[in-house]
Design a protein around this ligand. Sequence first.
Ligand SMILES: Nc1ncnc2c1ncn2[C@@H]1O[C@H](COP(=O)(O)OP(=O)(O)OP(=O)(O)O)[C@@H](O)[C@H]1O
Ligand SMILES: O=P(O)(O)OC[C@H]1O[C@H](OP(=O)(O)OP(=O)(O)O)[C@H](O)[C@@H]1O
Ligand SMILES: O=C(O)c1cccnc1
Length: 470
Amino acid sequence: MIDISGTYTDQYQLTMGQVYFSKGEAEKTAIFDYFFRKLPFEGGFAIFAGLETLLDYLQDLKFSDKDLEFLSTQNFSKEYLDYLRSFRFRGKIFSMKEGDVVFPGAPVLRVEANIIEAQIIETLLLNVLNFQTLIATKAARMAIQAKGRMLIDFGLRRAQGFGGYHASRAAVIGGFEATSNTRAGRDFHIPVSGTMAHSFIQSYENELDAFRDFAEIHPKNAILLVDTYDTLKSGLPNAIKVGKEMESRGHKLKGIRLDSGDLAYLSRKSREMLDKAGLDYVKISVSNQLDEHLIKSLLDQEAPIDIFGVGTSLVTGKPNAALDGVYKLSYFKNRPRIKLSETIAKVTLPHRKQVYRLLDDSGTFLGSDVVCVEGEKNPEMMYHPYDPLKFRFVGEVEKEELLSLVMEDQKRVHKKTSIKEIKEFSKKRLDQLPTEYKRFFNPHIYKVGISGKLRDERNSLIEEHKNKRS
Ligand SMILES: Nc1ncnc2c1ncn2[C@@H]1O[C@H](COP(=O)(O)OP(=O)(O)OP(=O)(O)O)[C@@H](O)[C@H]1O
Ligand SMILES: O=P(O)(O)OC[C@H]1O[C@H](OP(=O)(O)OP(=O)(O)O)[C@H](O)[C@@H]1O
Ligand SMILES: O=C(O)c1cccnc1
């Protein structure tokens, strides 16, 4: 874990907090929703990731002496600083399960806490959830295209600073099997893997000696990088020679790695040469600026690739720099709250809410989530959030409740979910999502609707605010 303390926030959370504190509002309960508005990568789904990381941080969140010393230079009152000294996040978190497929407009997570606590955690929450959700989504897109072939994260060196640490975790949730990131392996209990760099081969007088030494020292997991000088004329013949020598010692060469050139052509030629030498078990791994489109293209070309190593485009979420997830107040001091906007799609949904997912008898998602006021059981109708002409009867459709309590009294309600469990759950949920939502081009648009009660509550709040203005 990275060392996080109370100042890992935006200053405005603290300046607002000072006002609530001075005006005696500190203990008033607020509800905030976390949701996003736009799916990344022009895709048809996102994978929710980062929840367990967030809960880890929230359990321990406090202001350190260093934080308080700094804040004492920032025009806050002594009494407020004393309050921050005993700050803990004591609120409740309701959330969808980490790894679930999620869609724009539906609250993925809800915070119920006193207003100061709820505000102070906003920045950390958005920072963790937006990033990991973006990267898990990117990873899942690659995993779908890789069709069961192994994906390894190579991204730490290309990541935007320390983002690479959490990117490796999110990548595994989305379907990657291993990471080159040793720290992420240590902290998140995910498999680590490593081949070799060009520098290792360059450091020897010849390629064959480099391969031989590596195979001698790592007889169980040697993956030889074959493109330093000439892939087909030097790298492959040397790798084959070393592979045969390993066989004579009772070992097996694990793989080769191609990192440049035409990966379809070279992987085909490599497979032929390896097979001809009786090394049909040796895996072919490739890397070099890969993304989901290139993985698809390579497999469309029937390239015999077993392992894809992906760096830049995975951990940076290329070409989308961020997920636009937001955190909006929906209830305070026993009243639903709304944020109005010129753009109707940006008017927020007030109230303490629940989300239902529609399924058929076999568990396949029907392509709709309905957002309701908490306590409404089995909504009868689902309305388009802002087109009054679009609605649907959903009374008899099977529904699944998506938001549940995950944290209260500074503790998780259930034991921490392992990455392996999250990854398996995510895969299961993606399998429940029909393929139309997973294709690259013009995927089906998953509908997020609202119940009649929520629509009426929202509309009456809009009216109320209009009347106040007139
Ligand atoms: N058969 C293929 N079909 C589609 N894309 C490919 C294929 N083979 C390689 N690529 C991709 O094309 C890009 C080629 O990169 P680039 O033009 O930098 O060449 P390079 O092979 O890296 O050259 P260098 O020898 O300088 O390292 C990479 O993103 C690579 O993954
Ligand atoms: O292309 P990406 O998807 O970002 O994947 C990571 C890249 O990082 C490494 O190259 P680098 O030149 O940094 O080191 P090397 O000398 O080990 O090849 C590796 O060989 C990949 O090409
Ligand atoms: O293990 C590898 O092959 C590796 C690790 C990081 C970056 N590129 C390659």
